[in-house]
Write a protein that binds this ligand. Structure first.
Ligand code: ZN
Length: 293
């Protein structure tokens, strides 16, 4: 996956009150964080960490800072690697509304929380060209984001022209496609065929298929019933899509993964029932043929 790294220097408080104060991205200066406890996915280490422009390298315990380095004493503090938020919405024209955030505000908020990379979803309209949408989303982020970013490519149409665009978008560094619920959940002939083609293309290009999983037909039925009963307030949103609806959507996606061999990732997973479906499919794939790549 290619990440788009910003070249401007941005400052934000990183460790919280009382410790140093700046985290410089792509700075020309080196930064030495010393004597902190480095936390990784596996363990915590007591090391020093030297960050250089385009060349980070951890430690070694006797590291010494170049004369121009900025030094932060992190004694008694934890030092985390930059987090990756794998699914965000920032520029979001959706059903006549827009998200309030901009890349400037969203990326600053991310950095304050320790997240240094965002993966945003591109959501084109059904009649828009994928490559044009990619260029539009990229233009919103470039020069405005204070942290690294990449994209999931939303697949809202699928035809020969779109497929050519998807190939180009992957060549430009995007490594995941996302089906939108209205396409992925309806078991109409054309939607099924498009889902299969999308998954097959993802498989052939080695990219991940991501999906928001809900069964649209069941949601539509429940919505009709609630409307007929005059239950229109936001408190009824949950009842229009209870856990079983999400669990069924996950099962549906996993069936596609099994059929096409596509590598899948579920976004917005929100309940135990849906998680169980995902875990069960992963276990079954692992026990029969290994997790498909
Ligand atoms: Zn989302």
């Amino acid at each position: 996956m290619q990440f788009y790294t910003q070249q401007k220097v941005v400052s934000t408080r990183w460790f919280g009150e009382g410790v140093g104060d700046v985290w410089k991205i792509a700075s020309t200066m080196s930064l030495l964080i010393k004597d902190g406890e480095i936390v990784t996915a596996e363990r915590a280490l007591h090391r020093r960490y030297l960050l250089r422009r385009r060349n980070d390298h951890p430690d070694r315990s006797r590291i010494s800072a170049p004369s121009d380095a900025e030094v932060i004493d992190a004694t008694g503090k934890y030092v985390f690697p930059g987090f990756i938020d794998p699914h965000v919405h920032i520029y979001l024209p959706f059903m006549g509304t827009f998200a309030k955030d901009t890349h400037e505000t969203a990326s600053r908020a991310a950095l304050v929380g320790g997240t240094t990379t965002l993966i945003e979803m591109i959501c084109p309209g059904c009649d828009e060209k994928p490559l044009e949408a990619f260029e539009l989303w990229l233009s919103k982020a470039q020069g405005a984001s204070a942290c690294d970013f990449s994209f999931h490519m939303g697949v809202t149409r699928y035809d020969d022209e779109a497929e050519r665009d998807f190939r180009e978008i992957v060549r430009r560094g995007v490594s995941s496609f996302q089906g939108l619920p209205r396409l992925q959940r309806r078991a109409s002939e054309s939607a099924m065929s498009n889902s299969t083609r999308r998954s097959a293309l993802a498989k052939s290009l080695g990219v991940i298929t991501t999906a928001h999983c809900e069964n649209a037909d069941l949601v539509a039925e429940l919505q009709k019933k609630l409307l007929a009963e005059g239950k229109t307030g936001p408190e009824w949103h949950y009842w229009s899509r209870p856990p079983v609806v999400e669990a069924e959507g996950v099962h549906h996606l996993m069936t596609f993964a099994e059929m096409t061999g596509a590598h899948v990732y579920i976004v917005h997973l929100s309940c135990e029932e849906a998680l169980r479906e995902a875990m069960s499919a992963a276990r079954s794939a692992a026990s029969t043929s290994g997790w498909r790549r």
